[in-house]
Design a protein around this ligand. Structure first.
Ligand SMILES: Cc1cc2nc3c(=O)[nH]c(=O)nc-3n(C[C@H](O)[C@H](O)[C@H](O)COP(=O)(O)OP(=O)(O)OC[C@H]3O[C@@H](n4cnc5c(N)ncnc54)[C@H](O)[C@@H]3O)c2cc1C
Ligand SMILES: *[C@@H]1O[C@H](CO)[C@@H](O)[C@H](O)[C@H]1NC(C)=O
Ligand SMILES: *[C@@H]1O[C@H](CO)[C@@H](O)[C@H](O)[C@H]1NC(C)=O
Length: 593
């Protein structure tokens, strides 16, 4: 054995003993006060950022209530490539939708699995770390519908405020900034990303920054990671401010009711270690429980659709369309095998070389979030280009998902038949960005410990199938480019559950979509924002719950429509903007870009 080899063996053994041995965060035992200026319910993507901003002023006291615990510094959470291992852990609410009528036919019981974060950092602790802001036309659309202050030029400063870009190509871009809490990096590891970019070029798409001037084209992934580690809102934000004496964080605390005095929110009731507590506010209660649990808590407190609440005997305080307008993104994970050894396989990712590279440099396969490394956005109707948000997003990954992972979302039979590349392969996720189907969140009981009923009503609208099929056709063209053919990209094999349709006909793909499309976990709009007079909406453009004082909602549920892309960065932007509103600060100046 050479000296170098012995050194490597020693290093590798150290790594094998424990890739991560860190000092655990010591939780300060919190002696709660009876009153705070603000109470925030939910320490997720939005709640953590909001708590941090509000407590920058030492004279403002905040209580942050979180149902889950503190995420440990375990490999599964910290190492981006292990993202698939975060599902079904203690940090996951493990929700399921109700049986779907038009979709999820390939899932057990026709129900869609909805992981949601349940700990400090919320869903940003489980997510894929993809950093996408959405189309400028999304936000201009919000403003056009009466959400004053939410146009692209007005929200861009808040995206920039939250960002700390670490991609050298983007340092000079006016669309990016440094110094914010949310670190944006790039983690390209597989040569397949070049295949994707070349394929896009062959089809006539531009290479762009998908968070830049326009969103139409192909781009390299940007991810919320820092030095090869997950940048959740716990890791990057909350953890650094939990020592502030004006911020109290109460974990393992399930909020069960908003305390109301007539039409004014005065506090929160919650259960911690089996004890019921009531804490009051001098200023406001802010609900940041996410798109499933914010509407649930409002409804349990008498704020929601009158008939629905009455059917449970809940006294109605405000008749508002809480839980309605549920939107989400569905995706088709198209799997193709290739005949070159250039994709990311479990074996390569777990090799000692990969572990060493990661440990020493924070790079390599382990630094890449599920090997998702490319994005593309386009319109299925060319005439809408430059005028409206795109219809389809591709998430490209230089790895083939294994059937075992896919059984999280699909039945064993479907997963094993469709996701079966022997080793080397790739994935292209086709995401339907603006489906027309709408669902709802409703109560199943007045027991706060029981989950709400989730009905996304996927694919009810026939238009959703049409748009999806157009996305599949572009995907097929991409797989047929010289770039992809050079690496021996295989064709799709017909699946048996759709064998009664002619392979590759629209009817065939409709069947395929209704079986295999699954959520990409972007539920929004269940406490929809709109102008005060708009009876289809729950909060006004200042995020105040209509007809109730002292109560706001700040999280993904307020989005009037789901944006064109992944929802974490937009949710954090909402929290940044809300902090200024709550503190009565002048909004950041418009950016005319
Ligand atoms: C598997 C997965 C992958 C994803 N990948 C990406 C991605 O790559 N990029 C991206 O941009 N987005 C991604 N997303 C979506 C994104 O992470 C979410 O949109 C975002 O985190 C939502 O933030 P939020 O603040 O609205 O809710 P959450 O972050 O879910 O926060 C809600 C918090 O409130 C707590 N809570 C709820 N009810 C109560 C109660 N009654 N009392 C006390 N506490 C309560 C919860 O425990 C939770 O901590 C993904 C989501 C999932 C599930
Ligand atoms: C929720 O949606 C389902 C399915 O569309 C519908 O049957 C039900 O009436 C809705 N419930 C409420 C309270 O809106
Ligand atoms: C991979 O497939 C391509 C296209 O079918 C073929 O030209 C090439 O020889 C194959 N390469 C290997 C290593 O099998």
């Amino acid at each position: 054995m050479s000296v170098l080899e012995s050194v490597l063996v020693v290093i590798v053994s150290i790594i094998a003993v424990g890739l991560y041995t860190r000092t655990p965060v010591v939780q300060r035992p919190t002696q709660l006060k009876s009153t705070y200026d603000y109470i925030i319910v939910g320490a997720g993507s939005a709640g953590s950022v909001l708590a941090s901003r509000l407590t920058e002023d030492p004279d403002i006291s905040v209580l942050l209530i979180e149902a889950g615990g503190t995420p440990e510094d375990i490999e599964e959470i910290i190492i981006p490539a292990l993202v698939t291992e975060t599902l079904h852990t203690d940090y996951d609410w493990e929700y399921y939708t109700v049986k779907q009528k038009y979709a999820s036919k390939g899932s057990n019981g026709q129900k869609s699995y909805w992981p949601r974060g349940r700990c400090l950092g919320g869903t940003s602790v489980l997510n894929y770390m993809i950093y996408i802001r959405g189309s400028r036309h999304d936000y201009d659309g919000w403003a056009d519908k009466g959400c004053d202050g939410w146009s692209y030029k007005e929200v861009l400063p808040y995206f920039l405020k939250s960002e700390d870009v670490r991609v050298s190509d983007l340092y000079k871009s006016e669309y990016h900034s440094r110094g914010g809490p949310l670190t944006v990096s790039t983690t390209l590891t597989s040569p397949l990303i070049n295949t994707f970019m070349q394929g896009g070029q062959e089809l006539g798409f531009d290479h762009i920054d998908c968070n830049g001037k326009t969103q139409e084209g192909f781009c390299y992934m940007q991810s919320t990671t820092v030095n090869g580690e997950r940048c959740s809102t716990y890791q990057c934000v909350l953890k650094h401010v939990m020592g502030r004496s004006n911020l109290h964080v109460s974990i393992d605390s399930l909020a069960t009711k908003i305390l109301l005095d007539g039409k004014k929110a005065v506090g929160v009731e919650f259960i911690r270690s089996g004890r019921k507590l009531q804490i009051h506010v001098n200023q406001e209660v802010i609900i940041s429980g996410g798109s499933v649990d914010s509407p649930k808590l409002l409804m349990l407190s008498g704020i929601g659709p009158k008939k629905h609440l009455e059917s449970f005997g809940i006294p109605v305080v405000a008749d508002l369309p809480v839980g309605q307008n549920l939107q989400d993104h569905l995706m088709m994970m198209m799997s193709h095998c290739i005949n070159r050894s250039i994709s990311v396989t479990a074996e390569k990712a777990n090799s000692w070389y990969s572990r060493l590279l990661y440990k020493l440099m924070g790079t390599g396969y382990l630094a890449s979030a599920g090997a998702v490394e490319g994005n593309a956005f386009f319109h299925v109707d060319e005439r809408k280009k430059g005028k409206a948000p795109p219809d389809i997003q591709f998430h490209f990954g230089g790895a083939s998902p294994n059937a075992k992972y896919m059984t999280n979302f699909l039945s064993n039979e479907v997963a094993e038949e469709y996701y079966q590349c022997p080793e080397e392969g790739l994935i292209n996720n086709i995401v339907l960005l603006h489906g027309k189907s709408r669902g709802n969140i409703t109560l199943q009981s007045t027991d706060p410990f029981l989950p709400a009923l989730i009905d996304p009503n996927y694919l009810e609208s026939p238009d959703d199938i049409k748009t999806f099929i157009k996305g599949i056709r572009t995907h097929q063209k991409l797989m047929n480019t010289v770039a992809f053919q050079k690496i021996g990209t295989t064709k799709q094999k017909p699946v048996s559950m759709c064998s009664d349709q002619v392979y590759d006909s629209d009817k065939y793909w409709e069947c395929f979509i209704r079986h295999i499309a699954i959520t990409i976990h972007h539920p929004t709009s269940t406490c929809k924002m709109g102008r005060s007079q708009d009876s289809d909406t729950v909060v006004d453009p200042q995020l105040r719950v209509k007809s109730i004082s002292g109560l706001r909602v700040v999280d993904a549920s307020i989005m009037p429509n789901v944006p064109s892309g992944n929802t974490n960065a937009p949710t954090i932007m909402i929290a940044e903007k809300a902090a200024d509103m709550i503190l009565n600060k002048k909004p950041l100046a418009k950016l005319n870009l």
